[in-house]
Design a protein around this ligand. Structure first.
Ligand SMILES: C[C@H](O)[C@@H](O)[C@@H](O)C(=O)CO
Length: 544
């Protein structure tokens, strides 16, 4: 017998028969949780009805916090405590109608032994589908088995059948026949270019600047150095506070010059005077200082790409980073000089920016920038959230919608781009977007992700279509009207196939000059990623 104070371990309760436990992971920002709560309640009720109809019942594993005004798990600690009370072998559903931080539930899901199902409502109102996809990518990286389902209200046969299968077998098997491994590529000029660019990267590594790693619980978007460095890519870890310090050194005249350049280029700023709800000139002025500051820091560290996470910390300090991010991603952008005014920084070049410091996007945008530049095409690339979608005519048209900015060339230029105040629910200090409707054209889409401890890439082709203005407005109103939208039709990939396979909330897109050029560029990209050691998969109709 010792005098040591031994910890008292409390065993989790035993599972109740034919009972499905549910949890709801939420945002960190109270305003987002409160705003999304009624929709979440509806989804939970729809799911409960479907489960009950199959002879089971649901039990919410954590209470609603009446004081807070919602029932979401809103921190990692809260999630750990909730899982103390969940039987480890019970069937567990993570129910998501909103954007959620995956790390809130990661610890619990890693330790859970029963079957796990992720569900979201097929709706664009809040980014619930985006939240589901992030959790799917995060669990894939963590090596945790899960299934996933999505439905408008869980009354349709497809969702009911999926739910039944999960209750009976512990898994839902989706059709992923659209995915195939990259076959050996015949030697040709595209393959030669891809291999040469991969060798160049390994010989002279690139540096990507990361302003505060790990955004909004996106565990999937953190790529360890051990996986990244062998590609020839190294991280420069930077602090967002250094960005704010550098912003304070940018003169008012320099910020005015950025605004004057954009005004002359024809960009529209929807401004007002109420700081709490409208975009103001003062917010824009701060954003232009951020744009200049980011380029100066990038120059100091010799960066090849940069990511600003913004959402934590910086959102309470300065207006949104999005406008700066969209500008950086375009070859055509307001000129910025070194502090002494003697050198134009990154003259005539885009500095790829990976929104929300998504490091899968960092690798992708760097690779894309090099290939598209070598092929003489516009290298402007961006990520989008896979937000939602609906059929239009005979096509399924996705709403790809990033939470703030695209390069203006995607909208067809600055004169077709506009800036709106970021929604107060997520962005208390405002700031403008770089928005627009992505122009019609041929794209290559992609995602780099971690699975089984190694890097993988999914590549596919798509077409951005033009929809009637009324349909675009309807889609914007059904989602977040302030954000940039792309009407994307993916070649040979169905709605449920993409949802089942995609291991991230984000998808990368880049335009090519025409369809044959897009096919060629995809071949270069496949060859380059393959030569870098990434496992490449082709999705849907891809002409190799
Ligand atoms: C502001 C919001 O939280 C967004 O950042 C979120 O919905 C995402 O974009 C996730 O990718």
């Amino acid at each position: 017998m010792s005098n040591y104070t031994m910890p008292v371990l409390v065993d989790p309760p035993a599972a109740a028969p034919r009972t499905v436990y549910t949890v709801a992971s939420g945002d960190l920002r109270p305003a987002a949780n409160v705003t999304g709560w009624p929709t979440q309640q509806r989804l939970e009720a729809d799911l409960a009805d479907a489960v009950t109809a199959l002879g089971w019942r649901t039990r919410r594993a954590h209470p609603v916090d009446a004081g807070a005004g919602h029932g979401f798990i809103d921190s990692q600690r809260a999630g750990i405590e909730v899982f103390q009370g969940i039987p480890v072998d019970a069937p567990l559903v993570v129910v998501e109608a909103v954007w959620q931080y995956s790390h809130h539930v990661l610890a619990g899901l890693r330790a859970h032994r029963g079957p796990i199902l992720l569900v979201a409502n097929w709706s664009g109102e809040f980014p619930g589908l985006v939240g589901l996809l992030n959790l799917a990518g995060s669990l894939t990286k963590a090596g945790v088995r899960y299934s996933a389902l999505w439905s408008e209200d869980f009354t349709d046969e497809w969702a009911r059948d999926g739910l039944k299968a999960w209750l009976e077998t512990g898994e839902v098997v989706h059709d992923e026949s659209h995915v195939r491994d990259l076959p050996p590529l015949p030697p040709d000029p595209e393959v030669a270019l891809g291999v040469a660019l991969a060798r160049q990267l390994r010989r002279r590594p690139a540096v990507v600047g990361v302003f505060d790693e790990g955004c909004m619980g996106m565990y999937n978007a953190i790529i360890d150095d051990e996986l990244l460095n062998p590609l020839g890519i190294y991280k420069e870890r930077l602090s967002q506070s250094a960005l704010v310090a550098e912003m304070s050194r940018v003169s008012d005249a320099e910020a005015h010059a950025v605004r004057a350049w954009l005004d002359a280029a024809g960009m529209t700023f929807h401004t007002g005077t109420d700081e709490a709800t409208e975009l103001t000139d003062a917010q824009l002025h701060s954003q232009f200082k951020m744009y200049v500051a980011a380029l100066r820091i990038a120059d100091d560290f010799g960066l090849d790409a940069v990511g600003i996470q913004y959402q934590q910390g910086l959102k309470d300090t300065v207006p949104a980073s999005d406008l700066a991010e969209g500008l950086l991603n375009d070859v055509s952008r307001p000129p910025v000089t070194s502090r002494d005014g003697t050198r134009e920084l990154y003259a005539g070049r885009a500095l790829p920016h990976f929104n929300e410091v998504d490091e899968g996007v960092a690798v992708d945008s760097l690779v894309t920038n090099r290939i598209w530049t070598a092929m003489g095409m516009d290298p402007a690339t961006t990520l989008h959230d896979i937000r939602w979608g609906e059929s239009y005519g005979t096509d399924f048209v996705w709403v790809f919608e990033i939470s703030g900015s695209v390069p203006a060339s995607h909208n067809g230029g600055y004169d077709r781009s506009y800036s709106m105040r970021q929604p107060p629910m997520y962005f208390p200090l405002g700031g403008g977007t770089l928005s627009g409707v992505s122009r019609p054209g041929e794209i290559v889409w992609s995602r780099i992700f971690i699975m089984d401890g190694v890097l993988h890439a999914d590549l596919g082709r798509g077409t951005v279509v033009e929809l009637p203005a009324a349909e675009t407005r309807r889609r914007l109103r059904a989602t977040t009207p302030q954000w940039p939208i792309m009407h994307a039709v993916l070649h040979g990939v169905g709605r449920d196939q993409l949802m089942a396979r995609h291991k991230a909330n984000h998808v990368n897109v880049v335009y090519a000059d025409d369809a044959p050029a897009a096919d060629r560029a995809l071949r270069v990209k496949a060859a380059m990623l393959d030569a870098m050691g990434v496992r490449v998969h082709l999705c849907g109709d891809v002409a190799l």
